[in-house]
Design a protein around this ligand. Structure first.
Ligand code: AMP
Length: 419
């Protein structure tokens, strides 16, 4: 039987990779311009990092983790997100001892056992950016400004920034209790998952996409009416800094984030070009995460962009594939030797040159050049070579000219733009 990839796990093929590279390169450029440094963390961690960090009563920990026991009996998990690992690395390597403020980003695959559908996979890629060690709302606005700048930079349009506050450890329990009481009166309307969430994590019900649950929460109390003075002040400042930067936002009092560790500022960027899985990115502040995993009290804020969703939104007209610059069509043994010598020379110069390995007819070589969408074809024919000449054909306008073969490399460089 033919072996296929696992459901929800995708290959990213050569004809798609240009978009991925473009997005990754843009992220590196933008983020590093904002003072962020890359960090690479392991794909596998101890399970308790996620169960303690993300929270036991979250969908991720309850039913989406790829957890297994290794040969020594340790419970390990394929990372479902990057923030907890980045926080662990910050503590483990005492990055704070150099400077308590760390601005970090990380690009890589995450793993969640979710039901695969369009825009939802079991292995998917995220670009994460986090700032550790700053409580000031300036930094909340700063990461949002960087995020929007990046999304625009890669060409996304029709984006909507939604923000909310989730309160803190002091004020949220009161809200959670009010919400639970309110939803208990509507429990007959709630889906099976939300019936359970009512006991374990009522805030998550606000996030449920099931229609009857959406109806049940229509008049639910809002967290903004329960937050304490400090949280209110923090939120007001975040909004003021966003306004100062000229960013418009929508207040979405129903927005909660899937993970337990979020406090205060929460945000999402949604795109109306996407269907039901319309969130391109989500993030927020998590001032309790560090205490959950390591005992130090370090505030944090950050976001994770889903790369598959982002890539599906890139402008259609932009060209991401790097086609060969030049195809060398050779006829006859001597011409072939010259073609091979030249192709190697061009590769050393970083010029994307191809030739035919099978010594086929000129017609079939031209067909292949056409299929490869090359910009130019250099035709080396036996007769022409005897005269010290070759033909250079521009495949866009079909203009063909004779060129001299001595000093061929320099001649090609003067005629072709090798971008
Ligand atoms: P989260 O870590 O759940 O806040 O997700 C952050 C972003 O990652 C989302 O906005 C999505 O763009 C993306 N994402 C989350 N889960 C998946 C998934 N299963 N498949 C593809 N993208 C995902």
């Amino acid at each position: 039987m033919e072996i296929k990839a696992i459901r929800g796990f995708n290959d990213i093929l050569p004809n798609e990779i240009g978009k991925w590279q473009f997005v990754e390169e843009s992220a590196r450029e933008v983020f590093e311009g904002f003072g962020f440094s890359e960090i690479r963390i392991p794909i596998i961690e101890r399970t308790e990092l996620f169960s303690r960090g993300i929270g036991e009563a979250t969908d991720i920990v309850e039913k989406e983790m790829y957890t297994f026991t290794d040969r020594s009996g340790n419970s390990l998990t394929l990372r479902p997100e990057a923030t907890a690992s980045m926080a662990r690395a910050y503590l483990e390597h005492q990055i704070y001892s150099f400077d308590p403020v760390a601005k970090l980003y990380c690009i890589g695959p995450m793993f969640r056992y979710e039901r695969p559908q369009k825009g939802r996979y079991r292995q998917f890629y995220q670009i994460d950016a986090e700032v550790f060690g700053v409580e000031n709302p300036m930094v909340d606005a700063e990461v949002i400004i960087m995020l929007i700048h990046f999304l625009k930079r890669v060409g996304l349009e029709k984006l909507e920034l939604q923000i909310n506050t989730l309160g803190c450890r002091d004020c949220r329990p009161r809200y959670r209790e009010e919400l639970r009481k309110f939803l208990a009166t509507k429990s007959f309307q709630l889906c099976e998952d939300c019936q359970r969430r009512l006991q374990t994590n009522p805030l998550r019900i606000l996030d449920c996409k099931v229609e009857s649950c959406q109806e049940a929460i229509a008049d639910a109390p809002k967290v903004i009416d329960f937050i304490d003075g400090e949280c209110q002040k923090h939120f007001d400042k975040v909004k003021a800094y966003l306004e100062m930067a000229g960013l418009s936002y929508i207040l979405n009092p129903r927005m909660v984030r899937g993970l337990d560790y979020y406090t205060r500022t929460a945000f999402e960027v949604v795109s109306y070009q996407l269907g039901s899985q319309n969130a391109v990115t989500g993030g927020g502040r998590y001032d309790n995460l560090f205490q959950e995993i390591g005992g130090l009290d370090v505030p944090g804020i950050g976001f994770a962009i889903g790369m598959e969703r982002l890539i599906s939104l890139l402008p259609k007209e932009k060209e991401f594939i790097r086609y060969p610059h030049l195809f060398i069509a050779a006829l006859g043994e001597e011409a072939y030797r010259e073609a091979y010598r030249l192709v190697n020379q061009l590769h050393l110069e970083g010029i994307r040159a191809e030739l035919d390995y099978e010594a086929k007819s000129l017609k079939s070589q031209m067909r292949r050049a056409d299929k490869l969408k090359v910009q130019y074809v250099l035709i080396l024919g036996e007769e022409e070579m005897k005269r010290g000449k070759a033909a250079l054909r521009n495949m866009t306008d079909k203009f063909q000219e004779e060129i001299l073969i001595n000093n061929l490399l320099e001649t090609l460089k003067s005629k072709i733009v090798f971008d």
